[in-house]
Design a protein around this ligand. Structure first.
Ligand code: ADP
Length: 256
């Protein structure tokens, strides 16, 4: 049986400034199961980042609620991790010291957590770069380091806001597949915001399609590939991949 880790109920949100009101989210409701990988796609500026900010508690919805494991966000002790477009690694710190930064800030440095940091760095091929500065690493390795920094805090939900979009096309494919596999291996529940349909189809268990701003849910598409080895690359090589692409493309195109 799958357990619900995240539930959004009737979320409404608008930005207010001197020029007036910009409605961004209109009645957003969905659920996410533990261990599920959900992607959110929608036209640029429709409200995707706003939605992640609400789930992370950075913004308060005007109405509606965010429940994490059945509890209101503000009462929840569930750890939420955030990964952004830029890896936000500090050049003046080594990779190891970047990875333990979150632990330091949250006063969680201990033999146990430091051992975990070293283990993750080793598992994901970064051991030899522990003493390196971020600029000595490739874009893909930097994103791995950023993911390890997030994973070491043991988040139960990962929010990914266009984490690969700063990379060039080829690197983005490789890194997206790589990071996606790590997240699955670590059995994390992940919510990925992306404008890249192929990325969403290659990684997600379900895709939520949003309308133009103010975003409403247009359609939720379950993604299922009948593969012995369900990897992003294998998905991309199936006929079925194109069908999903065309289906979702059409849904998005209908807004134009
Ligand atoms: P997306 O992530 O889908 O590109 P965003 O969630 O970043 O979209 O933004 C949704 C809409 O809200 C956009 O039209 C944007 O211009 C507007 N917006 C974002 N942040 C602010 C803000 N601080 N004040 C006013 N409007 C904003």
């Amino acid at each position: 049986m799958s357990n619900t880790i995240l539930e959004l109920k009737n979320i409404h949100f608008a930005y207010h400034n001197m020029e007036g009101e910009t409605p961004a989210l209109n009645n957003i409701s969905f659920m996410m199961n533990e261990g599920e990988f959900v992607a959110i796609v929608g036209p640029s500026g429709c409200g995707k980042s706003t939605l992640l900010s609400i789930i992370s508690g950075l913004l308060m919805p005007e109405s509606g609620s965010v429940l994490i494991k059945g509890k209101e966000l503000k009462n929840s002790t569930t750890n939420i991790g955030y990964m952004l477009q830029h890896d936000q690694l500090f050049e003046w710190r080594t990779i190891y010291h970047n990875v333990i930064l979150g632990l330091e800030i949250q006063h969680m440095l201990s033999t146990k957590t430091v051992t975990k940091a070293h283990e993750l760095l080793e598992t994901y091929g970064l051991k030899q770069f522990e003493s390196a500065k971020p600029s000595e690493l490739s874009g893909g390795m930097r994103q791995r380091a950023a993911l390890v920094r997030t994973l070491v805090l043991e988040p139960e939900i990962l929010l990914l806001d266009e984490p690969f979009s700063a990379l060039d096309y080829q690197t983005r494919l490789l890194v997206g597949d790589d990071i996606g596999q790590i997240i699955k291996k670590e059995k994390k529940s992940a919510l990925l915001v992306t404008h890249d349909l192929s990325e969403a189809i290659s990684l997600a268990d379900r895709i939520i399609i949003l309308t133009e701003r103010p975003a409403m849910i247009k359609k939720i598409v379950p993604i299922q590939f009948d593969l012995t080895q369900d990897t992003p690359l294998n998905r991309r090589n199936t006929e079925h991949f194109k069908d999903y692409f065309n289906l979702i493309w059409k849904e998005l195109g209908n807004d134009e």
